[in-house]
Ligand binder design. Sequence first.
Ligand code: NAP
Length: 270
Amino acid sequence: MTVTGTTAVAGLLGYPATYSVSPALHNAAYRAMGVDAVYVVFPTKAEDLTTAVSSVRALHMLGVSVTIPHKEAVVALCDELSEQARALQAVNTIVNDSGVLRGHNTDGEGFVRSLVDVSFDVAGSQVAVIGAGGAARAVVDALARHGAKEIAIVNRSANRAADTATIADVARTGDATDIAEADLVVNATPLGMVGEHEGVSPVDASVFRSNQVVVDLIYKPAKTAFLEDAERAGATTLNGLGMLLHQAALQIELWTGRNAPVDIMRAAIS
Ligand code: NAP
């Protein structure tokens, strides 16, 4: 694509963010859609966040994605918040609507959309979420909005589990028994991720059942110890690549008003 005087800019605010696959996802989509825009990474330190967000308005950018460690801090810098962003008090997408900065959160909805790949129907389901941080909160909120019957939150710190359980009426704190009884089990901890936690699972392999759908929000490695254990028990498994893909697709939909080419985006990062 040729960059001209009319090319719009979108980007990512995070730190460090240079490892991100978001440029590959977004730029492949813009090319396929014929959208005259480029997506770049803006490594942004906490002390520069206010200036960076003001620049979205000043430079007439389409908007920005927001990632670690700024998803919570950016809430106060938006002019308006979507229902999800307000409920989570976390923003992963800013839309620049003629100078009005609207904060959204597409993480949870992206997660629910990724479940289509394993034909999982959220409505009426019993869920166990392991972890109670930002990703777990987004997942719990979205599952509740899509009609999950019950969501048990299993976390190392009991007080954080209790706090995350306040996000939805159908959520409560839980334990290993809830994992064994769930239709859908989600790992929302970093245990298993490439690096210091690789090869570690947050739960004992005995909790898995063959009739479960088991999702790890981690996508590096593609198959964690958690997913390997679940697969051995006969469960259907999915990693976090789908969530990453669909939260980006939703951002593109917010910025352009058009459906994103999900298959092309998937190919761009495979
Ligand atoms: P976070 O806010 O830091 O929360 C981490 C959670 O994991 C907390 O509940 C924490 O428990 C728990 N935890 C951390 N270390 C642990 C350990 N050693 N033993 C037991 N529990 C531990 O992180 P996050 O932003 O929610 O991210 C969680 C995971 O989701 C990460 O792996 C991240 O890469 C992934 N993620 C994926 C996507 C995607 O698009 N696929 C998007 C967002 C996040 P305590 O409360 O006890 O500290």
